[in-house]
Unconditional design. Structure first.
Length: 261
């Protein structure tokens, strides 16, 4: 009687549907979501940077094409489209800690009934580290902004000099575009691998795409620094991604073909 009652009550363990999900499955889902979120944030940041770059790169090209005001005259000198150079006296220097580095400033007095002003320089060499109060320097300006400080034969760029900042942003935007796309793609790929009966992940399926991605980022950064043109850099990046990821797909399919023969 007791035996019949126990058997009719069902097994002493819960049904499979009532069991909590396996810890590895939950961890895998978190990894998929995290990869998708990180990749989406990278793509969004890349889109914002790329949207702001055309004007900055155009300004950098105008600056590179600018000629000294002494060679020009008229409207070019009046509008500040040429490179003006004028003397100034150093009143003092200052270095402030900013993040992991320092922001280096020099205070200059241009004379000519003008107010003293401060200029932030890139780094400390070759001019900033040698400056002392009372030193005479030359200041180069373009469109109302100080772009260089000259001491003797040494020249040092100001932080407002067009060009370097735009190139760095272009390189960062392209790198974020590639890595963000890989993160989003890997999230979909890893989600498919979580299905029951999916084959185990091979080491090559991780290392080969990583090498291809790093190589594509290297090509993109090189293109950004070399050509300094948004359309050309995007074209070079797209071509590099297409070639490298096609080669990586071919390499990953070779072992699978060999195993079926």
């Amino acid at each position: 009687m007791t035996r019949d009652r126990a058997s009719s009550a069902g097994p002493p363990w819960p049904a499979p549907s009532a069991l909590p999900p396996h810890p590895s499955a939950s961890a895998g889902l978190k990894g998929v979501v995290l990869a998708a979120v990180v990749g989406s944030v990278m793509l969004l940041a890349s889109a914002v940077l790329l949207a702001l770059l055309p004007g900055q790169l155009s300004e950098a090209r105008d600056f590179r094409a600018a000629r000294p005001c002494a060679e020009l005259g008229g409207s070019a000198a009046e509008n500040g489209d040429c490179l003006a150079e004028w003397p100034a006296t150093v009143l003092g220097t200052e270095a402030r800690r900013q993040g992991k580095g320092h922001a280096r400033w020099v205070t200059l007095d241009p004379g000519r009934d003008s107010e003293p002003f401060r200029v932030r320089l890139r780094g400390e060499r070759p001019v900033w580290e040698k400056l002392a109060p009372g030193d005479r320097v030359a200041v180069s300006s373009w469109r109302g902004r100080t772009v260089q400080v000259v001491a003797g034969e040494a020249r040092q760029d100001a932080i407002d000099r067009p060009g370097p900042g735009a190139i760095v942003r272009l390189a960062v935007a392209l790198a974020l575009l590639i890595v963000g796309g890989v993160f989003v793609r890997s999230a979909f790929w890893w989600n498919g691998r979580r299905a029951p009966g999916a084959p185990a992940v091979r080491a090559a399926q991780i290392t080969v795409p990583m090498v291809a991605t790093a190589s594509a980022v290297g090509v993109a950064v090189t293109a950004a620094v070399t050509v300094e043109s948004l359309p050309v850099a995007l074209l070079a990046t797209a071509a590099a991604c297409a070639v490298l990821w096609a080669v990586s797909a071919w390499l990953l399919r070779r072992p699978a073909r060999g195993s079926t023969v």
